[in-house]
Design a protein around this ligand. Structure first.
Ligand code: GYE
Length: 305
């Protein structure tokens, strides 16, 4: 065992566990698929799932974790809405002796650490996702683009890291310019409204980089309402892999979707099982994500959600 692991709450080995899953919101297909994956896996194993939905409120999510602690769940799976406000929840679970795993989103690493304050983070490499979106877009546009960026939920790890990965990549290409960047909170209709406003202010834009497919679909609706052709007048890079976005790649409206896999059930429950057996869990369990373009989208479609 690594020394840091000595600090973590232990999990007694049992035939079945009572698992708390603190979801952040349920307003998009990615979230619904993630919840379904947890429910399916719990059912398959005959484990009890205590499910809460914070409905987009970090404060409610902290309260949800507190209620799981009060109910004495064996272990907590937390998808923290934002990087900082969920720190108290992480620390209180630790204090109560309940092992906690961060699922899909992270918390501020200067305030809580994997392998010390919580067992592990299981999820995607968001910096890499942003970098990959930038790479495909830069190549397709020969290094020349005026880009509108739709940012995810402010203060969330995917929004912070997808912005960073993209910016890191394009800084070597002076012709790749972000002309406007604003949050659409990972929500379709906000994406539509924010894109409409930004595009009116920046009619010179030739590309869209959007931190998730829901905002992208909103932006596509705004483009079409303005008489523009997505995929021609504006070249689009997105992240997730929803059914609507995969279809839009098929139809030539979206250039690239960098996959972010929401199917956490199997990996999360396996990590719990191993942890209960006293096995070492790496502090970062990183999902492998694919880059989806016209070339490979057809084989992906049956998996889209
Ligand atoms: O991209 C988005 C969702 O945290 C990785 O959150 C997740 C992101 C995902 O609402 O669609």
């Amino acid at each position: 065992l690594r020394p840091a692991f000595a600090d973590l709450p232990k999990l007694k080995e049992k035939a079945t566990y009572k698992v708390g899953f603190a979801q952040t919101e349920s307003n998009n297909p990615w979230r619904l698929q993630q919840t379904k994956s947890m429910q399916d896996e719990a059912k398959k194993r005959g484990w009890q799932l205590v499910y809460t939905d914070a409905a987009g409120s970090a404060a409610k999510q902290v309260a949800d974790v507190r209620s799981m602690i009060a109910q004495k769940v064996d272990v907590i799976l937390l998808a923290p809405r934002e990087e900082r406000p969920l720190i108290p929840a992480v620390m209180e679970a630790k204090k109560a002796g309940i092992p906690l795993f961060l699922i899909d989103r992270g918390v501020d690493p200067s305030l809580a650490q994997a392998g010390k304050d919580y067992v592990a983070f299981i999820g995607s490499d968001f910096v890499q996702e942003g970098r990959q979106a930038a790479e495909v877009l830069t190549k397709a546009m020969n290094g020349q683009a005026k880009i509108i960026e739709l940012v995810g939920t402010v203060g969330s790890s995917p929004a912070n890291d997808r912005a960073k990965g993209f910016a890191d990549y394009i800084k070597d290409y002076p012709g790749m310019q972000v002309v406007a960047s604003q949050s659409g909170d990972f929500v379709r209709d906000k994406g539509r409204q924010v894109f409409e406003t930004l595009y009116q202010a920046h009619p010179e834009a030739t590309a869209l980089y959007s931190h998730n497919d829901e905002m992208t679909m909103g932006a596509i609706a705004a483009m079409e309402a303005a008489g523009k052709v997505p995929g021609k007048d504006l070249i689009i890079a997105s992240i997730d892999g929803t059914k609507d976005a995969a279809q839009a790649v098929m139809d030539g409206k979206i250039l690239v979707v960098v996959e972010c896999n929401p199917n956490f059930g199997p990996a999360a429950f396996e990590a719990i099982e191993k942890y209960g057996k006293g096995e070492h869990i790496p502090p970062h369990v990183v999902n492998k994500d694919r880059v989806l373009t016209k070339e490979n989208i057809e084989s992906y479609l049956p998996e889209a959600y």
